[in-house]
Design a protein around this ligand. Structure first.
Ligand code: GLU
Length: 385
């Protein structure tokens, strides 16, 4: 890989890197110097041959500054107004600093809908890859001034994880104001011990994080851990590090300034990530005990014979939940038939399916390759809000 000397030893062959930076880094005292350094480091990575995406918060915080507000407003229209005022200020600052390195940048503003529709997801992917081809660094943020849902529940940690999966990144770097994970709060406890590597995000690790939020941003350490958990399940390592007092290049290299989350051994293949972590189900299909066992224990596809009930409105190609007799979502997948078709063939053996539908396109209602089974009976989509 290009520029490999820039990374700590565990991060081999990094070619595509997604860096997420929080609002405080971009707006608290000294932010000009931090943005200058970030632009220099991202430009250096880009010039070393890496494909780089920056997921940047800071629109609302810059808008608050412009309006003289100390606290994040609680009303959504005011947050949206702040975002409208702040986003172009943020981009103007980036433009100024990236221009010093002759680095092109491209603004990409997204809502959840853009990711949850498969068509728009793939379209966005094309845009990001084309920006890479142009030698540009895409700068991504949520489109806060129109995205009500985002402002109520969303955060850029999750967006960073989604983008890392979308571009099939080799690492997701989350820059914040602490050097990653500690066994206690390092801001208040002098003897807090730094954790350089985490092999799996367990409940114990989640507890260490606490969930303190600041006056200007929405994500705490717990949303960063969730993002790390999501990408590591998809097979992508994550770093959470101190981008406040340290440079990005230090975070990438120095083990004492960041925590590395190792990718899971049982990674979800890239073509199934959208199903597992991003897509929104248009309906659900209830299956009997035999089909449930075939899916969860025997690695089988879903056939019409095991279906007992259908709900929602979906077309062929949409994502649906597969639900067992207790009402638990056991899997999600891309369905080969519409609601009406599944309703017509539910409970039927394959030979009868042909009689009901005429020439059939598929024997399976959901192919195994287009399905993700929930781990231990939990919902398979950690991104779900
Ligand atoms: N998208 C928000 C902004 O630009 C930030 C969300 C977050 O802090 O995670 O202000």
């Amino acid at each position: 890989m290009t520029g490999q000397a820039l990374f700590r030893k565990e991060l081999k062959d990094v070619r595509t890197i997604v860096v997420k930076t929080g609002s405080r880094i971009l707006t608290a005292a000294g932010h000009e110097r931090r943005v200058e350094r970030l632009a220099a480091d991202l430009s250096a990575l880009r010039k070393s041959g890496a494909r780089v995406v920056l997921v940047s918060s800071g629109a609302i915080a810059h808008g608050m500054k412009a309006l003289g507000l100390d606290k994040r407003p609680s009303e959504i229209p005011m947050q949206q107004a702040c975002a409208g005022i702040g986003q172009n200020r943020l981009m103007a600052i980036y433009q100024e600093h990236f221009a010093k390195h002759d680095t092109l940048i491209g603004q990409v503003l997204l809502t959840w809908d853009d990711l949850r529709s498969k068509k728009r997801y793939l379209n966005l992917r094309n845009t990001l890859f084309k920006l890479f081809d142009c030698g540009a660094i895409p700068i991504v943020n949520e489109n806060d001034s129109v995205s009500v849902e985002e402002i109520c529940f969303g955060n850029n940690d999750t967006l960073g994880a989604q983008i890392a999966m979308l571009v099939n990144a080799d690492v997701l770097v989350n820059l914040t104001d602490v050097g990653g994970l500690y066994d206690k709060n390092p801001h208040t406890e002098k003897d807090a011990k730094h954790i350089p590597v985490v092999s799996a995000v367990s409940v114990g690790i989640q507890k260490m994080a606490g969930d303190k939020k600041s006056e200007i941003s929405v994500g705490g350490m717990s949303t960063k851990l969730k993002a790390a958990e999501m990408v590591t399940r998809a097979g992508i390592p994550a770093l959470i590090g101190d981008g406040f007092s340290q440079s990005l290049l230090t975070v990438l290299k120095d083990e004492s300034r960041a925590t590395l989350f190792l990718p899971s051994d049982k990674k979800i293949p890239s073509r199934q990530r959208w199903i597992a972590f991003t897509g929104q189900s248009a309906g659900s299909i209830v299956v009997d005990a035999g089909a449930s066992k075939a899916i969860t224990e025997k690695g089988k596809s879903l056939l019409a014979a095991g279906i007992t009930k259908v709900s929602g409105r979906f077309n062929a190609g949409d994502m649906v939940d597969i639900v067992d007799t207790r009402g638990d979502v056991i899997a999600k997948g891309l369905v080969n038939f519409s609601t009406d078709e599944v309703e017509a063939i539910r409970g039927c053996k394959t030979a009868e399916v042909e009689k009901k539908l005429g020439a059939i396109r598929f024997n399976e209602v959901i192919l195994r390759d287009n399905m993700v089974v929930a781990p231990d009976g939990q919902k398979s989509c950690p991104a779900e809000k």
